[in-house]
Design a protein around this ligand. Structure first.
Ligand code: AMP
Ligand code: GLY
Length: 429
């Protein structure tokens, strides 16, 4: 089969790396890819994975490429092309593509849509209101004593979520989003949720329109600095499994969330085929959904795919065809830890083009994989090309061993300005 993967981050490198192991794959391209993806080889000893310079949001060019190469399955990594309707477009041209369609992508592209859906179908979530009127929004924050989270409705590059501790902050947040339009059109309406305390975990489930198969738990580290300090980022590291839910508790959460989710989708005429990634707060009153994402998490994918024992291509094909029910997800009992190495200054301004040392040495360590995110090739050398640069991922017999292995690999790598957290997985130990 000929495969096209869309995207250029660590998530996409993990997808490419795992798909390349499938004996069904005969040729693979990635648009636009990165320096690490360009170094992957197919298990079948056929040509290397080829990166093509087409942006993930350039739908007409991606379609033309897939038609020209007669791609058998396109796999979409990021949320933007999904929200733009890449799946609907490819399907309208008779091409097979994995990812959610435009209607299903609303779970991520509209927080108002998601919140209303959760309330309608009884999915446990924060007490919340949805507003397009500033006065009504401020009145509602007052009923929560100002301790709340104000969220711009639309996609805001992961930035449209403001956490408030009092009414003054809450009113300022409402003004910032709805009046000053700090996040543009994304802020025409807002979801305001009560502030929830607890432990946050990431859930992932692969869906085929009827069936949803839950993954083990993982946990992201969203803040830039150790101890969950500093600014919010795309994610500075992950690990899986987490000790916060037993298998029985995870099955219970799946039951309380995925069953009404899939039922609601059918009732609303939403054909949900792709990945569902709920962000969950484990509170003392039980698990509550904070938001839904409609794609694989980054860097969750790096720890999941290093633990996954199935052929990923078979799983994604079953998700597209509606035949997931007959498959069983198999996970390595080993733990996985991913430490993100970022450019100095990230998530603020940072320099690009810094040469990197030690990548091959780190990759050669046992049970270790260095996934590239923001990297590029310049004059034959791998250089930094983004905020999150690498996801150094290692397996171990338990979390402690995986953590030690991941940091041993980190120690081999250096580039100017390199920053990373030293406490990935520490909460679990
Ligand atoms: P979201 O994009 O909706 O997941 O929000 C981004 C981050 O804000 C989450 O990962 C949480 O850490 C935090 N957050 C969102 N909603 C809440 C809430 N209701 N209570 C506490 N923290 C929240
Ligand atoms: N891990 C955060 C995200 O993928 O949105």
């Amino acid at each position: 089969m000929k495969i096209l993967v869309i995207g250029s981050g660590g998530r996409e490198h993990a997808l490419v790396w795992k798909l390349a192991q499938s004996p069904h794959v005969t040729q693979m391209w990635c648009a636009p890819g990165n320096a690490g993806i360009a170094q992957e080889r197919l298990a079948k000893n056929t040509p290397p994975v080829e990166c093509v310079a087409i942006g993930a949001e350039d739908l007409p060019k991606l379609l033309a490429f897939a038609q020209d190469k007669k791609i058998d399955l396109t796999v979409v990594g990021p949320d933007n092309p999904l929200a733009l309707g890449i799946v609907d477009l490819f399907q309208a041209h008779g091409l097979r593509i994995w990812g959610v369609n435009k209607k299903a992508a609303q779970f991520e592209s509209s927080k108002v849509f998601s919140q209303k859906f959760m309330e309608k179908y009884g999915i446990p979530t924060a007490a919340a209101g949805t507003f397009s009127d500033v006065v009504a929004a401020k009145k509602f924050t007052a009923t929560l004593g100002g301790k709340c989270v104000v969220k711009a409705d639309g996609l805001a590059l992961g930035k449209g979520v403001l956490i408030c501790t009092n009414q003054t902050e809450a009113e300022k947040a409402v003004d910032e989003i709805m009046v000053s339009k700090a996040f543009g059109a994304a802020g025409a309406s807002v979801v305001i949720q009560e502030f929830l305390e607890g432990t946050e975990v990431s859930l992932h489930a692969l869906c085929d329109g009827k069936v949803a198969k839950i993954f083990p738990t993982s946990q992201d580290h969203k803040r830039a600095l150790d101890g969950d300090l500093g600014l919010n980022t795309g994610g500075m590291g992950t690990y899986s499994p987490t000790p916060f839910l037993t298998d029985a508790q995870l099955a219970d959460v799946a039951n309380k969330v995925l069953e009404p989710f899939m039922r609601g989708c059918v009732a609303e005429g939403i054909d949900y085929r792709g990945l569902l990634y709920p962000g969950v707060m484990l509170t003392k009153h039980g698990p509550k959904i904070l938001e839904f994402n409609a794609r694989f998490g980054d860097p969750e994918t790096q720890v999941y795919l290093t633990r996954l024992e199935n052929d990923l291509l078979e799983l994604l094909a079953a998700s597209v065809c509606g035949s997931l029910g007959s498959l069983e997800l198999k996970w390595s009992p080993r733990a996985s830890v991913c430490v993100v190495l970022a450019s100095g200054g990230y998530p603020g301004n940072y320099a690009k083009g810094k040469p990197m040392l030690g990548l091959a040495e780190a990759d050669a360590l046992p049970s270790t994989k260095v996934f590239h995110a923001g990297t590029a090739l310049k004059d034959g050398q791998v250089v930094t090309n983004g905020g999150r640069v690498l996801g150094v991922t290692a397996l171990g017999k338990d979390l402690r061993a995986a953590q030690a292995a991941a940091y041993a690999a980190v120690d081999k790598i250096c580039f100017e300005g390199m920053q990373f957290r030293r406490d990935i997985a520490a909460k679990a130990l």
